[in-house]
Design a protein. Sequence first.
Length: 255
Amino acid sequence: MAYFERLGPASFHPTENTSGAWDLSMQHIGPALGLLAHAVEQDLAARRDDPMVISRLSYDLLGVVPMDVVDVQVSVLRPGRTIELVEATYGHGDRPAIRLRAWLQQPRDSSAVAGDGFDPLPPPSEMEPWDPTTLWQGGYLASAEVRRDYDRPGRARYWVRTDVPLLAGEALSPLARAVGLFDIANGMAVRESPAEVEYPNIDLTAHLVREPRGEWVGFDTRVTFGAGGLGLTHSILHDEDGPLGSLAQTLTVRT
């Protein structure tokens, strides 16, 4: 069973695999982020026949979303020949629940100067399997295969993949499939038990230097709680070929 079934050109129904992790009656927004990335790519393909790649995905989470029909809309905020800013919204009824702003760029050959300063991530085969349902509820976390090296509270390295399609009956890009796993980061390097402290994220921003490859998405994650109710989950993103970008989630920490 996929995370979503398409009902029309812009409407979708979530399946039980989208439920959790704080409330089973509400969607985990992880799959929704991948669906919005897919919508941006579909809109791009319908408008242009020249190559463009996504370099930033910035999501604002405006509220919880029930396990019910949602609508997706895409618009171009800043058209351009080589750079565009696109907005996509994810709503239930007349209420927007997620707003995405994505920067798209025309690719260029910069292979002569390519390089990074990130630490390498051990491959999935060198990490132990971990079952996230020992800590988290919901279909979304149950659908994920995780291999994790948990160093200490708030610090972990791990790999995630899933055999659940994002959208039933449709081909998706490696980027859209990977983005559907990005929001899992806030639950993998646990600083405090979610039974004692709530720390949902209110946004998610990913900066990418290339498109992901393969089925595994790797994370090198640190979680910080401030003393005034604010928190941050920060991750360096990897695939099995190396680093591909960074990810940040603003947390609201509620003891």
